[in-house]
Design a protein around this ligand. Structure first.
Ligand code: NDP
Ligand SMILES: O=C1O[C@H](COP(=O)(O)O)[C@@H](O)[C@H](O)[C@H]1O
Length: 456
């Protein structure tokens, strides 16, 4: 039996908790029947324990969660209506947990900030884990200040800056693919790789999240956080182990060396927002006409930035990161374009395209497009694809992240210095965009982005 843990879910009545965290927790407890978690939900709205239990059950149903651990959680869970920015309320909450709890901040960022200030005057049990949702700060300086503040509460290894992409089986598979095979790693450098792209294009729109998204935009929502984390795993040196210390040091080294290509945000970044149209059977108004959006803010719903990594392995290789909403073709992948073969023997005709490796970020599969002597004329090269499908991960991405957090293992969370670096990397772009130095283009909902943009 795993040690029982108390999970204090600040913002338990919110959207993230209902749609992502609790379903993932239910799935985790279904898979790990020997794990016991006591859940305390917290929100400002009043709710009876029975109403809360109904919400928990509803979230659990979405992942068909069942079993002893699930039943025990539902039986014991409680809800507390409290203002989490009040030190007395927080003190009382901590008093309800036996042993060191995990406190999850599923709160609006401004409330999280105030709750952390309040925690400074509260006695926190040794071993308490703090889980912070994104966005972590608003820029490099505010992230640094937030780090300082958190370190006054608990040591770094007890701070989990959550990035659910780190729990995706497809992202974790990068480690196995690169470091458990002989064929890829020797080619994983500037001598053999021409360019890399990480693309996360969604058919989803705003989904009622204007309050958050209209301030974040695609750059902060996806590139500053998730996609830079993916890039750091893709490009890192081989770690000794997957322990937090090794993994996070290797990722941080990459991020420290990463910058906007040629230090030129004007030439290296593009932004756009969607106009009215239909995607996957859903009709969206223009982003500017979406409820609660301020069109004057000029928020982008599609961002594309090219970075470079200034080290021996990667100098000169462009890394393009792109993510957009309301895009016609759902694309979630890493695209690795290799350099062309140095010499194709005279006499071979046909395809001489360079090899392209696609690592899907969902579904779990990959493919390698290459040239082979195909059917028919044996001197003629044809294009073919080697494909592999892996099974789905046992847990949802949030489940993986929650599990490592409940175990007090920070290997799947973002280290403090990395959180600051990720802002340092994108801050010049944010500045250029705020100053309107890069045009805000438009694309029709359901298209694949502005027609004038080069294809990735
Ligand atoms: N929703 C999503 O898909 C994602 C969200 N996130 C991040 O998660 C965090 C939460 O987002 P989300 O769930 O969407 O936000 P919501 O607005 O849906 O929920 C906010 C929660 O915070 C509670 N709350 C606010 N102020 C207080 C207070 N003073 N005291 C106690 N509780 C308070 C609310 O309680 P009540 O409702 O009772 O007032 C509610 O439970 C944000 O940082 C967001 O960026 C990250 C990834 C995805
Ligand atoms: O964090 C976020 O991620 C989702 C995309 O991740 P997925 O696992 O749900 O595909 C994105 O839609 C959302 O805008 C962003 O906040």
């Amino acid at each position: 039996m795993t040690k029982p843990t108390t999970l204090i879910l600040l913002g338990g009545s919110g959207d993230l908790s209902a749609r992502l965290l609790m379903p993932a927790l239910g799935q985790l407890l279904t898979e790990r029947s020997d794990r016991r978690v006591t859940l305390i939900g917290v929100g400002s709205e009043k709710m009876s324990d029975e109403q809360w239990k109904d919400r928990v059950r509803q979230s659990f149903q979405t992942t068909e969660s069942t079993g002893k651990s699930v039943d025990s959680l539902v039986k014991e869970t409680m809800y507390v209506a409290a203002d989490v920015t009040d030190p007395d309320a927080l003190s009382e909450l901590l008093g309800r947990s036996s042993g060191a709890p995990a406190i999850y901040f599923a709160l609006p960022p401004q409330v999280t900030e105030k709750a952390c200030v309040a925690l400074e005057s509260v006695e926190i049990p040794p071993g308490t884990v703090l889980a912070m949702e994104k966005p972590f700060g608003l820029d490099a300086e505010s992230a640094r200040q937030l780090n300082e503040q958190l370190l006054r509460l608990v040591p770094e290894d007890q701070i989990h800056r959550v990035d659910h992409f780190l729990g995706r089986s497809t992202v974790l598979n990068l480690l196995g693919l690169r470091f458990a095979n002989r064929v890829f790693e020797p080619l994983w450098n500037r001598d053999h790789i021409d360019s890399v792209a990480v693309v996360y294009d969604e058919q989803l729109g705003l989904e009622g999240r204007a309050g958050y998204y209209d301030h974040a935009g695609a750059l902060v929502d996806m590139i500053q956080s998730h996609l830079l984390q993916v890039l750091s795993i893709f490009a890192m040196e081989a770690p000794y182990s997957t322990d937090a210390a090794d993994l996070r040091a290797a990722k941080s080294a990459v991020l420290r060396a990463t910058r906007v290509r040629d230090n030129d945000p004007l030439a290296s970044s593009r932004r756009a927002r969607y106009t009215e149209g239909t995607v996957a059977g859903r009709h969206f108004p223009s982003y500017a006409d979406e409820p609660d959006v301020d069109p004057e803010r000029g928020t982008e719903t599609l961002a594309q930035v090219t970075f470079e990594i200034d080290n021996w392995r990667w100098a000169g290789v462009p890394f393009t990161l792109r993510s957009g909403k309301a895009i016609g073709e759902r694309r979630r992948e890493i695209l690795v374009r290799f350099k062309p073969a140095p010499h194709i023997p005279v006499g071979l005709t046909g395809s001489s395209e360079p090899d392209v490796l696609r690592i899907s970020l969902g579904p779990d599969e990959m493919s390698l497009a290459m040239n082979v002597n195909g059917p028919g004329d044996p001197w003629e090269l044809d294009r073919t694809e080697l494909t592999a499908t892996f099974g789905e991960g046992q847990l949802k991405a949030y489940g993986e992240v929650l599990e490592s957090m409940l175990d007090g293992d920070p290997s799947l969370s973002v280290r403090g210095d990395a959180a600051e670096q990720m802002w340092r990397i994108v801050d010049p772009i944010i500045e250029a965009w705020r100053a309107d130095e890069v045009s805000l283009d438009e694309y029709e909902t359901g298209s694949n982005g502005p027609a004038s943009w080069p294809t990735i």
